[in-house]
Ligand binder design. Structure first.
Ligand SMILES: *Cc1c(COP(=O)(O)O)cnc(C)c1O
Length: 364
């Protein structure tokens, strides 16, 4: 037997570069803040940032992620999308040239009271209707004034907001959010940003000076009803493993924990070395598609920690060691997500540290 590695995530950096180029074409007048939070949506924080040559800046959610980027040699601007969580983070932002969002009074107070060696680049976040983070429009001017007067804040200020429903193409809230953002910042000179993936793809009037692509950069659609490949983007991740057993199953016999699937015919069951311990969702139901030797076969029986089982069919000639793809170019993660009742975002982000990342390019 040749040496096989189970549960490998191949990350195609050519696909990543293709997607970034396409994003620049789609938002030709905007700069691109590439969102690499949550370990680059499961694709590897540093490796994604290193290969994302077309990105103008990076967005992360945690200060630890920003510091990892700096420690990994990334010198482009880095923005904390939710801002800092405590005043003691401020000197760290200054020392590492990290930009911050300000979305609440506590952050504003901390900035005003800090003694810093140099000013911080601040993006003032407006709540335009999502009601998660941000300053309400009626208080926006007051925040702008205080930030303008604060010696710790670099000028000009920058302005941002976030859509709540831009993945629903006919939801009127998106237009209302754009109008509100535009009107409230009409007299501001600084750069603006509101669009993440769904806004970039569906609303060119939301692009402003900066767009903030996350999921679409990884070749996964932000929309529930179409896959990124239909929009010209290429999946960056392929989750692979292989068969570690092929077993005969007789009609009437069941497979796996809880015996929740029973075969109606004599068949062959393939056991694949991937499970929820790798981040493959345990909730994946019977019938969820899996590729074995590039052929779509149904998942049957409950997903266990290290393995899952598929119905290869009575005539299968698949052998131990044969390759399997859980999602990727030939099986969009969006399709798997629909079976599981979640979104592609969650599947790619939830891979565990046991999965071996392998960085590849297009084979020629
Ligand atoms: C995560 C995030 C993004 C990227 O969102 P996608 O839908 O993955 O493109 C953009 N902006 C903010 C503030 C975020 O938190």
């Amino acid at each position: 037997m040749s040496r096989l590695k189970a549960a490998v995530a191949s990350i195609n950096t050519d696909a990543l570069c293709h997607n970034i180029e396409l994003l620049h074409k789609q938002a030709p007048n905007s700069r691109l803040l590439a969102v690499v939070k949550a370990n680059g949506y499961g694709h590897g924080l540093i490796e994604v940032a290193k290969h994302a040559e077309g990105a103008d800046a990076f967005g992360v959610a945690r200060i630890e992620e920003a510091l990892q980027l700096r420690a990994g040699g990334i010198v482009k601007p880095v923005l904390l999308l939710e801002g800092f969580y405590s005043a003691s983070d401020l000197p760290i932002l200054v020392a590492n040239n990290i930009q911050t969002v300000v979305h609440c009074e506590e952050q504003l107070d901390a900035l005003e009271q800090a003694e810093l060696e140099s000013p911080v680049v601040v993006w003032l976040k407006m709540d335009t209707g999502m009601h998660r983070l941000g300053v309400r429009p009626e208080h926006y001017d007051e925040y702008i004034q205080r930030l303008h007067n604060c010696k710790n804040v670099a000028h000009p200020l920058r302005y941002m907001s976030h859509f709540g429903c831009a993945d629903e193409l006919d939801n009127p809230i998106t237009s209302q959010q754009i109008e509100l953002f535009k009107n409230t910042t009409a007299n501001c000179t600084g750069e603006r940003s509101i669009a993440a993936s769904s806004g970039i793809l569906s609303r060119s009037d939301s692009h402003f000076e900066w767009v903030r692509p996350g999921i679409i950069m990884y070749g996964v659609s932000p929309f529930s009803d179409n896959d990124a490949q239909q929009l010209g983007y290429r999946p960056v991740m392929t989750l692979r493993s292989h068969l570690i057993a092929v077993n005969e199953l007789k009609a009437g016999e069941s497979v796996g924990y809880g015996a929740n699937w029973t075969s109606e015919r004599d068949t062959k069951i393939g056991v694949i070395a991937v499970g929820y311990g790798d981040g493959y969702p345990r909730m994946a139901p019977n019938g969820t598609p899996v590729l074995v030797n590039n052929r779509k076969v149904p998942l049957v029986g409950r997903v266990s920690m290290d393995m899952l089982t598929v119905d290869l069919g009575p005539d299968a000639s698949d052998k131990v060691g044969d390759p399997s793809v859980l999602w990727g170019e030939a099986l969009p993660v969006e399709e798997v997500a629909r079976y599981v009742g979640t979104i592609g975002y969650e599947l790619v982000t939830k891979l565990t540290s046991r999965v071996i990342p392998v960085y590849t390019k297009d084979s020629i």
